[in-house]
Design a binder for this molecule. Structure first.
Ligand code: ATP
Ligand code: MG
Length: 218
């Protein structure tokens, strides 16, 4: 499965989520590579220092991203693409290539307005493609405890036609400070910072991976 993380708004937690997803999916036994489509490849660089066994690639051109993703998926890997936080070739390519686009979004009316660009791109691609690909989900990120704005932003999002994951990635200092929180026992306890990523994977990614496996076995 090819999972793209994208938002036309920058700084919403795409790369942070990408790092944690790559580590966690590999730990669950799903061989998952990263294609870092950001200039200077910050996500790939951090992950390389964290675990040199991870499969990490960097490409910023349309053809480069396409080549890396094709090669990795043909050799049996799942792929996560981390796009830069702006509209452009990388995000358009990501929408074309992905089976699932995750759209991280911070809870603010302004961020929501700046996210409309990527939402429209995904919707357009869904209309054009056979089978409505890519599947997509908005993920609220950096949410605060008891934030009264969350229900109204969820309500506002209903009109855009892309479902919002029940799981939120909460604002946690450990998530900010660590390349990944997924292997550190201190972060995995009940309600620890790792649990949000685990819940998101259980809610959004595992059902699709299992479905993909079932279809390929038929
Ligand atoms: N759950 C979280 N808790 C606390 N801080 C977070 C969380 N997620 C992201 N951050 C912080 O928010 C900032 C932006 O995160 P990140 O770089 O992942 O966003 P991005 O969407 O990839 O940005 P860009 O558009 O520039 O690529 C970083 O300082 C990161 O540490
Ligand atoms: Mg980023």
């Amino acid at each position: 499965m090819i999972i793209g993380l994208a938002n036309s708004k920058g700084g919403v937690g795409k790369s942070t989520l990408a790092r944690n997803l790559v580590v966690y999916l590999n730990d669950l036994g799903f061989s998952t590579a990263l294609v870092d489509a950001e200039e200077y490849a910050p996500t790939a660089t951090l992950l390389k220092n964290f675990d040199s066994n991870l499969i990490l690639r960097s490409a910023t051109s349309l053809d480069g991203i396409d080549d890396e993703v094709q090669e990795l998926s043909e050799s049996g890997h799942h792929v996560i693409i981390d796009a830069p936080g702006k509209e452009g070739d990388q995000v358009s390519t990501l929408c074309l290539l992905s089976d699932l686009v995750l759209i991280p979004l911070c809870v603010s009316e302004q961020d929501l307005l700046q996210t409309v660009g990527v939402i429209n791109l995904v919707r357009r691609q869904q209309r054009r493609s056979e089978g409505g690909k890519p599947d997509a989900s908005i993920v609220l990120t950096r949410t605060l405890k008891n934030d009264i704005a969350v229900p109204s932003v969820r309500e506002n999002l209903l009109r855009y036609g892309i479902p919002v994951a029940d799981t939120e990635i909460r604002e946690r200092i450990a998530i900010k400070r660590n390349t990944s929180v997924m292997r550190d026992k201190r972060f995995g306890g009940k309600d620890g910072p790792a649990t949000d990523v685990q819940s998101l994977v259980a809610e959004i990614i595992l059902p699709r991976l299992n479905n993909e496996q079932r279809v390929s076995n038929e």
